[in-house]
Design a protein around this ligand. Sequence first.
Ligand code: AMP
Ligand code: ZN
Length: 141
Amino acid sequence: MTDDCIFCQIVAGDIPSRTVYEDETVFAFLDVNPLAPGHTLVIPKEHHERLNDTPADVATDVYAALHELVPSVEAAVDAPASTVAFNNGEVAGQEVPHVHGHIVPRFEGDGGGPIHSLFGSQPDLADDELDRIAADIEAER
Ligand code: AMP
Ligand code: ZN
């Protein structure tokens, strides 16, 4: 628990939330400022800032809860699809520094786009650059 973290305070029950799921390690609740009806946040109960800081077992639990909740959220609001995403780090738009997955139900003609629409343009990467990047990622593991 980190005292100044609003999501830790939600887990502790110090800030109210519309809880939709809870188990030993994971908590999920409706987003207070929803992008769509049913917009849900899925978080580990332990405070970890980003996916990068989250221990593997906790990340596995968060993913399992997402996997379980996505169909329930879609069914509850009769949505045919959902966007499931993490803003992972401040530069990527993460405002609450307690790792959380968004489940945003999607509807025909809702005016939203795919994740690709977040980016105005795409870099033009040559094949050898792509080969190098792939090798670098593999080497970092
Ligand atoms: P992000 O930009 O990925 O950090 O998303 C943070 C999300 O937390 C936003 O969608 C906010 O609407 C949501 N949020 C902030 N405070 C609360 C709260 N007290 N209860 C529920 N959702 C919240
Ligand atoms: Zn926290």
